[in-house]
Design a protein around this ligand. Structure first.
Ligand code: M6R
Length: 357
């Protein structure tokens, strides 16, 4: 039920701090240590390469997951769009492990890959919000997202839950391989939950940004580098599906290879600047588009901010920035859709779970 909320999407955005805390509780044992299925731990340890398969928002979470597993557990990872992978399978490694990410667990494109993978005799893990769903039943192992039902077609809390669970999986796999870490995901996720709360309290500013930048425009660009780029892909998808504004997520450095030709006087460009090692470069990209007339809005992180930044996110661990940087993007999309009189929870032409290929 929506309760006092006008839309499920807004309710589900607001639930994200609670979902983070729920995940912390569910994946922790009585000593406060990580608790994951031994079989999953063994499967990750055995794998020489992980293949993440998903669609839409879940695919975007998979891109972040690739970074997490590679950086934390030192296992090579490829992330693939299910509908492409099934017809264009890459050469597989000797001991692959497949991870299917799906909020609903019913996505037909992902299931088509799972069927092929099972035929080849490979192991599969499904990360889903619906244990008992088709993808969960047909895979060898399941990790639950514990996000509670997601009703709005636009996925929000499932995305952040997927990234949180992938971080936990990455750390558990690192422990299994004897890798020493100074990163405790349960502690860091608690900091994330607090940061999310701070942002949920800044709805007025997000609404203002949506009004200023997106009320009448026909297009919008999101730019970022490294993990911010992955969040920009998700931001663009969110804006497209509920507000019908043509939006693109772009790697900052790739703009000059073509897309910058689209920048005109007043084109909205929303930039993410949460990554220290690329901060100077993304700031350079913002200047480049501003010099060509773009109307720019920078969302940065505490410690990296500059004077004109519109939102400064609370500082969190660099591995987990997407969990926090996506939140203003979700809210800005929500308000943009609202200002344009769109049906926020049930956008045209879309279904909550896509059960046809
Ligand atoms: O249930 P799934 O996670 O498998 O769904 C995948 C996509 O259909 C889904 O994420 C879709 O992109 C969302 N509507 C995006 O908000």
């Amino acid at each position: 039920e929506k309760g006092t909320y006008p839309h499920f999407m807004l309710k589900e955005i607001d639930e994200q701090p609670f979902v983070m805390r729920n995940i912390i509780n569910q994946y922790q044992n009585e000593n406060g240590d990580l608790k994951l299925d031994d079989d999953i731990r063994a499967a990750m340890k055995d794998a020489d390469r992980v293949y993440i398969i998903a669609c839409g928002t879940s695919y975007h979470a998979g891109l972040v997951g690739k970074q997490l597993i590679e950086n934390i557990a030192n296992i090579p990872v490829e992330s693939h769009i299910a509908s492409e992978f099934v017809y264009n399978m890459p050469l597989l490694s000797e001991k692959p492990l497949f991870i299917f990410i799906s909020q609903s667990g019913e996505t037909a494109d992902s299931r088509a890959v799972l069927v092929e993978v099972k035929k080849l005799g490979h192991k599969a893990l499904t990360i889903t919000n619906v244990p008992g769903s088709t993808l969960s039943r047909e895979a060898d192992y399941t990790l639950n997202l514990y996000a509670g039902p997601e009703i709005a077609v636009a996925s929000t809390k499932a995305y952040t839950a997927q990234i949180a669970v992938l971080a936990i999986l990455a750390v558990d796999s690192a422990h299994a391989k004897g890798i020493e870490l100074d990163f405790n995901p349960l502690q860091e996720l608690a900091i994330v939950a607090n940061a999310m709360e701070v942002l949920c309290d800044q709805k007025e500013e997000m609404e203002k940004i949506a009004r200023e930048f997106l009320a009448v425009t026909r297009n919008c660009f999101f730019i970022g580098r490294a993990a911010d780029y992955y969040v920009c892909l998700e931001a663009a998808l969110k804006l497209k599906e509920i507000s019908y504004i043509q939006a693109e997520g772009f790697a900052g450095g790739e703009l000059k290879h073509g897309t910058i030709a689209l920048i005109e006087e007043g084109t909205p460009v929303i930039a993410l600047a949460t990554q220290e090692h690329v901060n100077l470069s993304i700031r350079g990209n913002v200047k480049e588009v501003a010099a060509r007339g773009a109307y720019t809005c920078v969302i940065s992180m505490d410690g990296l901010q500059e004077e004109d930044d519109r939102i400064v996110l609370p500082k969190i661990h660099p591995f987990l920035t997407p969990l926090v940087s996506v939140l203003p993007m979700q809210l800005i999309s929500y308000y943009a859709a609202l200002h344009r009189d769109c049906d926020v929870d049930k956008p045209r032409n879309l279904a909550k779970s896509v059960t046809v290929e």
